[in-house]
Design a protein around this ligand. Structure first.
Ligand code: FE2
Length: 396
């Protein structure tokens, strides 16, 4: 027994040191005081894209519990912190982050396109809505002052964290909100100067970059709103310094693309079923693992995950049916059900192009009869995308 223990100790002491980062994106948190008791707010959500924002506090409580369970070295948040830019939501979310830092886990945030200078930030009261305060970039950095390092020069709210000698994380704020929040992201010459400086200082260490918008093209649909403008410049720059991984969000779909040794891992939206987060393990011998996970069900109220799935399914199916003009009433239900399943699989990162079940399903034949419908064109684009594991990647 003594020999086995000694061997085990030896193996442990010989193991490379590992840093574990937990990542979340697109929390879209909304503080209760801005909507509690409002039917209108629920109707707004019901007409949306499946965000389970009416349960923001339960989700944040579960995230805290998940952090307590996993004890990562830091929590990285890649933008879209608030539902729609409300100051009160930012303030309340910062309190949740303070709880996480209270456990000894640093939190690092960058804004997304729904966070700063959002002119349409609203609150809800019964069947009425009203404009509520948004935040300027200065107010944003004040609210999240404990969860970001001070911004540098001309690169918006970007900052770099030197985790240790072997690892840096470059939190790169490419969201565009100069006068008013825009959907797109933009990598400017100011970002390039700042990032090159970081990369030069970090030479010899692993650098992971993090942005809200995509660095690489993930999908042909909505390309211009997902992919940041100036992505070519950022890609060329970080390739020169050997960066292997960019963390992003924004698409709300769990999707990973790799292009000539550079990977962009877009994390599914935390606010929507299956409530993704990711675990990135970086060892000092260069090995790296990215895993997309979901909150553990036992950390949420009973039936939460089932109800959250039912919520997004119902919303998606209604949208599908509404988009099916010209489809016979008999076919409409099964086709909408198929498209809903397809969409949920794609957004949660579990769609597999090579799974024959999608084509063997008799409803696939029904869809072939509607080649010009926008839903079918979208599904065809997804089916033609290059296939790969969207939940797990490993680098040697
Ligand atoms: Fe978002």
């Amino acid at each position: 027994m003594a020999t086995i223990c000694a061997l085990l100790l030896l193996a442990l002491s010989g193991a490379a040191k590992a840093t574990e980062l937990m990542i979340v994106s697109d929390i879209h948190y909304m503080v209760g005081e801005l909507y509690e008791g409002s039917d209108l707010f629920l109707r707004v959500l019901r007409a949306g894209d499946g965000k389970y924002t009416q349960h923001s506090d339960e989700l944040m409580a579960a995230l805290c519990a998940q952090v307590a369970r996993e004890r990562p070295d830091a929590l990285v948040v890649t933008g879209d912190l608030s539902f729609n830019g409300e100051r009160a939501s930012h303030v309340a979310l910062a309190e949740w982050f303070a709880r996480i830092e209270g456990m000894g886990v640093p939190v690092w945030v960058i804004p997304g396109n729904y966070d700063i200078n959002v002119g349409t930030a609203r609150g809800f009261d019964g069947d009425e809505w009203y404009y509520t305060d948004a935040v300027t970039p200065e107010a944003f950095s004040e609210i999240y002052t404990d969860f970001m390092l001070s911004a540098v020069g001309d690169a918006s709210l970007s900052y770099a964290v030197r985790v240790d000698d072997g690892l840096w994380v470059a939190m790169t704020d490419v969201s565009y909100y100069r006068d008013e929040a825009q959907t797109f992201g933009l990598f400017t010459s100011g970002h390039a100067d700042w990032l090159e400086d970081v990369l030069a200082q970090a030479r010899g260490a692993e650098v992971v970059t993090a942005t809200h918008h995509s660095l690489l093209e993930h999908t042909a649909f909505s390309r211009d709103s997902f992919l940041m403008f100036g992505h070519e410049a950022m890609e060329a720059l970080i390739r020169r310094y050997g960066v292997r991984l960019n963390l992003s969000g924004h698409m709300h779909a769990q999707h990973i693309v790799e292009k000539d040794g550079l990977t962009d891992a877009a994390l599914g939206a935390f606010c929507t079923w299956p409530h993704r987060y990711a675990r990135l393990t970086i060892r000092d011998d260069g090995e790296m693992t990215y895993e997309a996970l979901s909150l553990d069900g036992d950390l949420l109220p009973e039936d939460f995950l089932d109800e959250s799935r039912t919520w997004v399914e119902g919303i998606t199916k209604d949208k599908m049916i509404a988009a099916m003009e010209g489809v016979s009433p008999d076919a409409r239900g099964p086709m909408a059900e198929y498209a809903t399943r397809f969409n949920l699989a794609y957004f949660s990162g579990t769609y597999c192009r090579d799974d024959p079940a999608w084509q063997e399903d008799p409803v696939y034949q029904l869809w072939l009869g509607y080649p010009n419908s926008s839903m079918w064109r979208y599904m065809k684009q997804v089916m033609n995308e290059s296939d790969g594991d969207n939940l797990y990647r490993h680098w040697d």
